[in-house]
Design a protein around this ligand. Structure first.
Ligand SMILES: Cc1cc2nc3c(=O)[nH]c(=O)nc-3n(C[C@H](O)[C@H](O)[C@H](O)COP(=O)(O)OP(=O)(O)OC[C@H]3O[C@@H](n4cnc5c(N)ncnc54)[C@H](O)[C@@H]3O)c2cc1C
Length: 310
């Protein structure tokens, strides 16, 4: 084990930011990513609220984060971290693939995972009409009728994009009050092909070889409607994943990782949590990159202090 190495679990905006700062401080980031560098940004149509970028396409931001790693000669390990274990001497052992590696410092930047969604009949239409990524699959529904399930920012933002390519977009919201910013909701309402069903929930879907209709039910009256659609996009939020973390006392009751906002330190020395996986009031790219830079700075400070003490 080299004591200047820092393991970073997750290569989304938070993990990449931490890796860049760690490298610039002269330490060695070891970045693990199980999917794509850039994390959730790869699945976002447009990011309009990241200062300095004018309406940037999410996947382009993801690509540039990867390019920036290359510029700093940071080569991610493309593997899923299966466990993080705290050793008796305070170091951490990470297992991935068939390998194990021990680190003094670990930053958890593993984001969130999509909340499961179960709808009667849905199993038959995964990838045949049901999608969780408008940017990836939206173009398959060009000129077609689709529904969006969800009423948060992500649901409205991605529905706004779908309105520009689909014949109609019906947004199904459980409650009449939405958890989304007013400007995003207003934009959706401004599209002539947009319609909101609230308070409604989807109860079943059907079709022959691919999705043909979704039945929705009014939460107040119980009245049901069958919408003829070819696509259904599900944006009902995400949830934390902590199964791989074999260390008690780091997550709160909901599974979000507790970290001191002034340092990103968890209750376990040398273990940090940043970005969406953290117990934070806001989950956005701006927060993720800020968390990453702060964790790296604190680690560097601790590292220098430990060297001086020797
Ligand atoms: C549809 C949508 C639209 C959005 N729009 C905006 C927007 O307009 N503006 C904005 O600021 N934010 C937006 N967000 C939120 C933003 O994408 C997130 O806040 C941000 O990506 C969080 O960064 P992160 O690095 O914490 O997590 P993530 O981006 O989720 O990255 C986590 C990474 O960790 C990896 N990982 C997870 N577990 C492991 C493991 N065990 N081993 C190895 N790798 C692992 C994942 O593969 C992933 O790449 C949007 C999100 C969504 C879903």
């Amino acid at each position: 084990m080299k004591d200047n190495e820092v393991a970073i679990v997750g290569g989304g905006p938070a993990g990449v930011s931490a890796a860049i700062y760690i490298k610039r401080y002269g330490m060695e980031p070891v970045l693990f990513e199980k999917d794509l560098i850039g994390g959730k940004t790869n699945y976002t149509e447009k990011i309009e609220n990241y200062p300095g970028y004018l309406g940037m396409k999410g996947p382009i931001l993801g690509e540039q984060l990867g390019e920036q790693l290359k510029q700093f000669d940071i080569k991610p390990i493309y593997s899923e971290v299966q466990s993080v274990f705290l050793n008796d001497d305070g170091t951490f052992t990470l297992s991935y693939g068939r390998e194990e590696r021990t680190f003094k410092y670990v930053i958890l930047a593993n984001g969130l995972s999509e909340r499961p969604y179960h709808l009667k009949g849905e199993e038959s239409f995964n990838r045949k009409g049901i999608s969780r990524c408008a940017i990836c699959d939206g173009p398959f529904y060009r000129g077609k009728d689709v529904v969006m399930i969800g009423s948060g920012n992500a649901a409205f933002e991605e529905a706004n994009y779908l309105c520009t390519i689909c014949r109609s977009v019906s947004l199904i919201a459980r409650h009449e009050e939405f958890h989304a910013q007013e400007d995003v909701v207003s934009k959706f309402r401004s599209f002539p092909n947009a319609k909101i069903y609230a308070p409604y929930e989807a109860v079943s879907c059907s079709g022959n070889t691919s999705l043909e209709s979704v039945t929705i039910r009014n939460g107040k009256t119980g009245e049901e409607k069958e919408l003829s659609v070819q696509g259904m996009f599900v944006y009902i939020g995400a949830m934390p994943v902590t199964g791989f973390l074999q260390i008690p006392g780091v997550a709160n009751e909901q599974g979000f990782l507790k970290a001191d906002p002034s340092s990103m330190k968890t209750a376990i020395p040398n273990l940090y949590a940043i970005g969406d996986c953290r117990d934070t009031p806001l989950r956005q790219v701006t927060m993720a990159v800020g968390d990453g830079s702060l964790a790296a700075t604190k680690i560097h400070y601790d590292y220098l202090k430990s060297k001086k003490g020797k």
